[in-house]
Write a protein that binds this ligand. Structure first.
Ligand code: AMP
Length: 281
């Protein structure tokens, strides 16, 4: 595995791969890798000839009071895992390399970026779409792999690629969970053992809503009531949002006649976790 920290190195490796007729798959991450990230790497290995993984804790997607400084950065462990997975290129630029002094240009998907996490984390999706479009320009991948875990992010990136005619195929990959159902997340590392237990409430809430849906309930408002009722059973958790939305536009739906996305975000202590599931009539 080659490790690059400069844009120049990454771009010339990508151009060289293209010259040799190889298709590149890119897996953008913020590191602190877990089995969810590795599932994207494996999907990329299965479909691309050459796999690049980026590790970059992107400051522009963190709000001023968020966890940028304390976000876990176990770089050496990450590097070893990627090496073992047979990744070809690790791209790990510094903040100064990615954002040159005086940079003031952003990419924004308007409307969608203010929904779900975008509402509680103003500017978050603007940071995501900006860094992802930079990654696409630097690595010039044929395809890029994202997790359904961040369903809103995936929908927004698909819209950006469509709207800007970016020459990259976006591949969505399923949510990887712990055996008890907790969606894997780098932020799970913040949880104390009792909080880790309490965090299951997100998964339980989605499960209860799915049961109601399977019993025939198609009204989002009723399903959300079921979910909120369930969520309240965990006193140490605080709900940020629970919504039933169109999976492409992220707009709230008033009846589930087509596949709908149930998205939840909640705080366990100061740790903010998200999860989601699709409901398919
Ligand atoms: P992050 O490092 O949190 O920015 O995530 C990098 C990529 O991994 C994103 O596309 C995420 O959606 C994806 N990802 C994170 N957690 C999971 C998971 N539990 N299952 C599948 N993909 C995930």
């Amino acid at each position: 595995m080659e490790t690059f920290s400069t844009i120049k190195q990454m771009r010339s490796a990508s151009r060289e791969a293209r010259r040799r007729g190889l298709r590149m798959g890119l897996v953008p991450t913020m590191g602190a890798l877990h089995a969810g990230h590795l599932s994207l790497v494996r999907a990329a290995k299965a479909q691309a000839d050459i796999v690049a993984v980026s590790i970059f804790v992107n400051p522009t997607q963190f709000g001023p009071t968020e966890d940028l400084a304390k976000y876990p950065r176990p770089f050496e462990t990450d590097r070893v895992q990627l090496e073992q997975e047979g990744v070809d290129i690790l791209f790990a630029p510094t903040v100064d390399e990615m954002y040159r002094p005086g940079a003031t240009t952003y990419v924004t998907v308007e409307g969608m970026s203010d929904r779900l996490c975008g509402k509680s984390r103003p500017g978050h999706f603007r940071g995501v779409t900006t860094v992802v479009s930079k990654m696409f320009n630097i690595a010039e991948p044929d395809m890029a792999f994202f997790g359904q875990k961040d369903a809103a992010q995936l929908a927004i990136i698909r819209r950006m690629v469509h709207d800007l005619d970016l020459p990259v195929k976006i591949m969505g990959c399923p949510i990887i969970r712990e055996p008890d159902g907790l969606a894997m997340s780098s932020r799970n590392a913040y949880l104390t053992p009792p909080q880790r237990q309490a965090a299951l409430i997100l998964h339980h809430t989605l499960r209860e809503m799915k049961s109601a849906f399977n019993r025939g309930e198609r009204r989002p408002a009723e399903l959300i009531d079921v979910g909120k009722h369930c969520f309240q059973e965990e006193p140490s958790a605080r709900l940020d949002y629970l919504q039933v939305v169109d999976p492409d536009s992220l707009e709230a739906v008033d009846e589930i006649a087509a596949p709908a996305l149930v998205a939840i975000a909640g705080y366990i202590g100061t740790t903010r976790l998200i999860d989601n599931q699709m409901l398919k009539p």
